[in-house]
Design a protein around this ligand. Structure first.
Ligand SMILES: NC(=O)c1ccc[n+]([C@@H]2O[C@H](COP(=O)([O-])OP(=O)(O)OC[C@H]3O[C@@H](n4cnc5c(N)ncnc54)[C@H](OP(=O)(O)O)[C@@H]3O)[C@@H](O)[C@H]2O)c1
Length: 332
């Protein structure tokens, strides 16, 4: 059994992760922390948590808590991971792990020193479609992979609250949604990104970007194009991986909890499969619980979180310098 604490009682904790913990056969929500006692009380009551707290320290000193889920604004993640690790708690941190490579590395080091696991909620990996994508890529059915094209968008849902403040959010839609696309491509290809260049679009009155077109190179041979945005209505949620022998297309599946279809197009023609609907967040919570009870490295791991921060740092540099940047993977 994994007894959870949550800090950051906003939308994702309320609508996805607390219900996912309750639905998991291995999970129990034990304590929740808000800056406001009334919000903690209401949240605890809604989700059946035993303790409602207004202090993170009180959660961390509670021996009944095995694991902490962090869902606060992005800038707070790294310090909260470090504090949770030092208190001996397993840590599932929502993306992004940090706003700088140094902070991401610090968070990983604290978890390693404390001997606790660090997972990141890149839950898109858990879609059934993507295990099939990986098989097709790895078994050579598509030939040599050359291009990946992804569109990921929440529709016209402009940034608000702390997400409009670069000090708390870092980047805009890139940290909000884009990091899922980058993690997904890396997961599918099993290769690190080596180069990146990006252009962004902005809405009047909003500092962070709401639209980004990002070109990436994975390894030496694979190019990727990512359209991530919160600007347009009725976006597509499609991904295509093109190889020298054919392509695989996932339609209506790049956003959370979509079922969608998968089509394989090759010399043999086109085969389309319906794919099962899934609960992305429940899959992510359960995978983390299984990793900590089995004592193995979670997937996605803290290292996956660091890789993402290395990439978003290079994207920010590309935007400020107006050129293509090399991306270097640190720590292995
Ligand atoms: N994996 C995913 O698909 C996914 C989806 C959405 C969000 N996320 C990530 O989850 C985190 C939370 O996102 P969210 O959409 O749940 O945000 P949200 O609704 O704004 O909730 C964030 C919560 O953090 C707490 N908080 C602590 N310090 C704060 C501050 N200075 N300003 C504002 N809130 C503060 C607040 O809870 P109290 O007032 O109760 O303390 C707030 O409700 C973000 O890092 C985001 O990137 C991930």
């Amino acid at each position: 059994m994994v007894r959870w604490g949550i800090i950051g009682l906003g939308r994702i904790a309320d609508s996805e992760i607390a219900p996912a913990i309750s639905a998991s056969p291995q999970g129990v929500l034990h304590g929740v922390v808000s800056r406001d006692q009334g919000r903690a009380d209401a949240f605890a009551q809604r989700h059946g948590a035993e303790r409602a707290l207004a202090s993170f320290d009180d959660l961390l000193t509670d021996p009944a808590v095995d694991a902490v889920y962090i869902a606060t604004p992005n800038a707070l993640h790294a310090d909260q991971v470090v504090a949770a690790a030092r208190a001996g708690k397993q840590v599932l941190c929502d993306k992004p792990l940090a706003l700088s490579v140094a902070d991401a590395r610090r968070a990983i080091a604290a978890c390693e020193e404390a001997g606790v696991k660090l997972g990141i909620t890149f839950q898109t990996r858990f879609h059934d479609n993507f295990s099939r994508f990986r098989e097709l890529i790895q078994d050579g059915s598509l030939g040599e992979i050359r291009v990946v094209q992804v569109e990921m968008s929440s529709g016209r849902t402009l940034l608000k609250g702390w997400r409009t403040d670069p000090a708390l959010a870092g980047l805009g839609t890139i940290n909000n949604i884009g990091v899922h696309a980058f993690d997904l491509i890396r997961y599918l290809l099993g290769t690190e990104v080596t180069e990146v260049t990006a252009l962004t679009g902005h809405e009047e009155g909003l500092a962070p970007e709401t639209l980004a077109l990002v070109l990436l190179r994975y390894g030496t041979d694979v190019l990727a194009y990512v359209n991530v945005n919160q600007s347009v209505a009725y976006p597509q949620a499609d991904i295509t991986v093109y190889g020298t022998k054919g392509r695989v297309v996932g339609r209506s599946c790049t956003r959370m909890n979509m079922s969608g279809t998968l089509a394989i197009v090759s010399e043999a023609g086109e085969t389309t499969l319906e794919t099962a609907s899934y609960d992305a967040y429940k899959s992510a919570v359960m995978a983390f619980e299984q990793a900590i009870t089995a004592g193995r490295e979670p997937s996605p791991s803290g290292l996956d979180g660091l890789r993402s921060v290395e990439l978003t740092t290079a994207i920010a540099e590309s935007l400020s310098e107006g050129r293509t940047m090399a991306v270097t993977a640190s720590l292995r």
